[in-house]
Ligand binder design. Structure first.
Ligand code: 5GP
Ligand code: ZN
Length: 136
């Protein structure tokens, strides 16, 4: 447990939550400020900050849980689809520095526009150059 980490405190039962699922590795509970009905957070019980400091094998196991919990939400809620969101760092909007996956159930058709990522048409030459620079 990391000092002053609110999600560690929730995992330890020191702060209450509306639990959706728990096993040896993860805890899933409703986000206190839901974006949609059923907005759920999935956290590992052991503290890591985000994607990059979590051991890959552990991350794989967490993602399997995310899949299972998303499937449960999709059948148990009115839910036509869902978004998975995982923020890393304040620049990306991460406010709680304990790894977590958001599962955001969506209702209706093409409500993705409600999420405020602003897209713009890509320039093909720039995309080609960038992909070549990033490829490994
Ligand atoms: P982030 O912006 O770091 O990806 O998301 C953190 C999320 O945690 C936010 O959606 C916020 O509403 C939620 N959150 C913060 N504190 C608590 C809490 O004490 N309990 C619950 N259930 N959710 C929390
Ligand atoms: Zn923590």
């Amino acid at each position: 447990m990391k000092n002053n980490c609110v999600f560690c405190a929730i995992a330890a039962g020191e702060i209450p939550c509306f639990k959706v699922h728990e096993d040896d590795l993860v805890l899933a509970y409703l986000d206190i400020n839901p974006f949609t009905e059923g907005h759920t957070l999935v956290i590992p019980k052991t503290h890591t900050t985000g994607l990059l400091d979590t051991p890959p094998d552990v991350l794989g196991e967490i993602v399997k849980r995310v899949q299972k919990i998303a499937a449960r939400l999709k059948t148990a809620l009115p839910c036509d689809g869902f978004n998975i969101l995982q923020n890393n760092g304040p620049a990306a909007g991460q406010t709680v520095p304990h790894l977590h996956f958001h599962i955001v159930p969506r209702l209706g058709s093409n409500t993705a526009a409600d999420i405020s990522f602003v897209n713009h048409a890509g320039d093909m030459d720039s995309l080609k150059t960038l992909a070549a620079r990033l490829a490994f």
